[in-house]
Design a protein around this ligand. Structure first.
Ligand code: ATP
Length: 248
């Protein structure tokens, strides 16, 4: 479904992604694990095309020079030159790190904003689906985003991304700052979304352990480079990987 090859991203002379190649097949959940500053958000911005917007903004403001190299193919097409809005329309939807919901809009308004790419009937069906996956949100329809808990905000952020009708959902550190209980709810619902809607998912996390049970394949990023990859079983059966990365 998505195949990225040899991605390199420089912020000025600082190499943030170093020759990263990753794949996500249809209907797969792919994990990308790495410590702080490993390059996870840079990768997600590059795949979703938002890096192009950031690059242009910096260029216009006379700010830092960002260079992006490599190849990204999505559903058989080269999308490297495609704007983020076009990629979203084609089904690549990013749910960014730290949620970024609209704090002054209520839950329903936040979700409706996400539906800008959907037909009215898709919007209606997806809204129902979001409340089905996250029943807690339905009870909070009229509450403004800023007054939601971290977990509720994360549900809302993923719900809003679903409203955009993704075929490939990019989740950047969805568990960040959540309690273990809420984390397990988020992990379970992520699998549900893949199983029920057939949406492929690339999920980044600092810690692999909570997400590992639902990933089909995973990559480990270190200092901008993909240093290891394999199926869940391959990674779990590798004793070095187990202790160094998964704490098991
Ligand atoms: P985190 O878990 O902290 O979000 P991450 O794995 O998402 O980390 P990135 O945010 O992709 O990492 O950052 C990768 C590297 O690039 C880091 O060293 C970071 O400081 C650097 N970096 C990120 N954005 C910029 C920028 N706009 N300008 C310069 N350097 C940046």
């Amino acid at each position: 479904m998505l195949e990225a090859k040899g991605l390199m991203v420089f912020y000025e002379n600082m190499l943030a992604l170093n020759n990263v190649s990753i794949n996500c097949e249809g209907n797969q959940i792919v994990g990308v694990f790495g410590a702080n500053s490993a390059g996870k958000s840079t990768l997600m911005y590059t795949l979703s095309g938002i890096m192009e917007d950031i690059r242009k903004k910096e260029e216009m403001a006379g700010g830092e020079r960002i260079t992006v190299l490599g190849e990204i193919r999505y559903l058989g097409q080269d999308i490297m030159g495609l704007k983020p809005s076009k990629r979203a329309k084609a089904g690549i939807v990013l749910c960014p790190e730290r949620r970024r919901i609209f704090p002054e809009c209520n839950v329903l308004e936040n979700l409706r904003i996400g539906a800008y790419l959907a037909s009215p009937s898709q919007a209606k069906d997806t809204l129902e689906y979001v409340f089905n996956v996250y029943p807690a949100l339905e009870k909070l329809k009229k509450r403004v985003g800023g007054f939601l808990s971290g977990g509720e905000q994360q549900m809302l952020a993923i719900g809003r991304a679903l409203m955009a009708q993704p075929k490939l959902l990019l989740l950047d550190e969805p568990l960040l700052g959540l309690s273990p209980l809420i984390q397990s709810i988020m992990v379970r619902s992520t699998k549900e979304i893949r199983d029920e809607k057939g949406i492929s998912i690339i999920v980044t996390e600092q810690y692999a352990r909570p997400v590992l049970p639902i990933v089909d394949y995973a990559f480990i990023l270190e200092n901008g480079a993909a240093v290891l990859e394999g199926t869940r079983e391959e990674l779990l059966n590798n004793p070095d990987v187990r202790s160094a990365y998964f704490g098991v």
